[in-house]
Write a protein that binds this ligand. Structure first.
Ligand code: LLP
Length: 423
């Protein structure tokens, strides 16, 4: 469910016409629906309420302060993977004692910054990292709270570049090593073992990987406790899938049904790190057609959003629904079908790379210069992964709340592009 809908072939975000937003803020523009953000956060909060979880919105999915503030005000905590993300959540007013710090390569400076801010726990990925946390904690006369990140060797069947819980990925450690490291933590006064962490990959559209992971987690917790650890937390990471194509996403309650009973039986607190599930369907990218051209037997729609804005199609062969903002043909149920009145179209951007496309061979209605185009489900890993490639200023971001809207990041200027450079 989201709050983007067509009314008489006119796209709305909540109660606001998208074409009016494009006229006011220019294109390309990222438009987010606050109601959709809150709907998805609430869904997770309610589905898992029975085990009183800490929901740590995964900042990497979309780190705009305006989005973080909405999350914070609605009771979400945060999953951060860098000092920069920790700085951002502080700016948004987060209680850092509920923040988890993940990532395979934390520097001493980042570890110090996190300890100064009293984070809930570090998701630890290696013995070397454990040693680094212990020594920074010692220098600060404090104790480093850690969760060991397991690589459970579960195939979550995601894109090769977004699977993380399989043997051979750089993430986590196998269960034998986690058990050795747990012994090490027990004998080290500078560290305390809070729990275990896993993240299986992203996006995951079935519950089976979580069902398997939580059982493994509970077994490990039981073994740690038998050895005298006060292991309290199971953190199952993020990865819940969203509607990219049709209505393929599972409700949060489906994931909860396989996770909650095992967590409760284990007597553990639950942490989750959802990013995409909350923000993915809450955002669209709106662009404007610059030219159309026919060449080599193909129709190209060249519009002003490019791979520097949304890199997911180029990087992961990702599918995003695309449709005009004020279409001549009503938006279909199935965006992958051949649609009457439409023609196979490549939607491309101005960047000088063949990989610069948002869709290939997509059945789309006729479009011409000046038409507005919407790329749906772009709220997660969209702006967050954008760049200035080809010296293209980043687009602006707008947050819609009912019938009101406000800029939450202004469009970059040419001056911004060179602001950090030295002649
Ligand atoms: N926790 C950890 C440890 C993670 O590595 C990630 C995502 C998350 C939580 C949040 O996952 P989510 O709930 O958002 O699926 N750029 C890719 C996705 C990369 C995901 C990286 N880690 C994409 O655009 O599909």
């Amino acid at each position: 469910m989201d709050h983007f809908h067509y009314q008489d072939n006119d796209l709305f975000c909540e109660e606001v016409r998208v074409s009016e937003l494009a006229a006011q803020y220019g294109t390309p523009v990222w438009i987010y629906s606050k109601r959709t953000l809150l709907h998805h956060l609430n869904q997770i909060q309610q589905a898992f309420a029975e085990v009183d979880p800490v929901i740590c919105y995964s900042v990497k999915a979309n780190s705009n302060l305006g989005i973080l503030k909405v999350m914070n005000d609605a009771g979400s905590s945060f999953d951060v993977v860098s000092g920069g993300e920790l700085y951002r959540v502080k700016q948004a007013g987060a209680d850092t004692s509920r923040v988890v710090f993940a990532g395979v390569g934390k520097t001493d400076a980042e570890i110090r910054y996190a300890l100064e801010n009293n984070v809930l726990m570090f998701n630890v990925e290696s013995e070397a990292e454990l040693d680094a946390i212990a020594s920074v904690a010692e220098s600060m006369h404090t104790v480093g709270p850690v969760a060991l990140r397991l690589n459970p060797d579960i195939d979550a069947k995601t894109h090769a570049k977004t699977t993380t819980g399989k043997k051979g990925n750089k993430f986590g450690m196998d269960i034998e090593r986690a058990e050795q490291l747990a012994e090490k933590v027990l004998s080290d006064k500078r560290l305390s073992l809070k729990g275990i962490h896993m993240h299986l990959g992203s996006p995951i559209l079935t519950t089976e990987p979580y069902a398997a992971a939580v059982v493994k987690a509970a077994e490990v917790v039981a073994r740690f406790r038998a050895r005298g650890h006060d292991t309290r937390w199971i953190n199952l990471g993020g990865g819940f899938g969203i509607n990219y194509r049709q209505q393929e996403a599972l409700p949060a309650s489906a994931y909860a049904a396989v996770i909650v009973p095992t967590v409760r039986a284990a007597g553990c607190r639950l942490a989750l790190e959802p990013g995409r599930f909350i923000v993915g369907n809450s955002g669209i990218l709106v662009s404007q057609v610059i030219f159309t051209k026919r060449e080599g037997g193909k129709l190209f729609v060249i519009q002003d959003a490019a791979m520097n804005d949304l890199v997911r199609p180029a990087m992961y062969d990702a599918f995003h629904r695309i449709w005009p903002v004020t279409p001549k043909v009503p938006a279909p149920q199935n965006f992958e079908a051949d649609i009457e009145g439409c023609e196979p179209t490549d939607v491309v951007g101005p960047v000088c790379e063949s990989g610069d496309y948002l869709a290939k061979g997509r059945s789309l209605p006729p479009m011409s210069r000046g038409d507005l185009v919407c790329t749906f489900s772009a709220g997660a890993y969209g702006m967050a992964m954008s760049s200035n490639y080809n010296s293209r200023p980043r687009a602006c971001e707008v947050l819609v709340d009912g019938s009101s809207h406000r800029l939450i990041r202004r469009r970059e200027s040419y001056e911004d592009l060179v602001a950090h450079e030295i002649l």
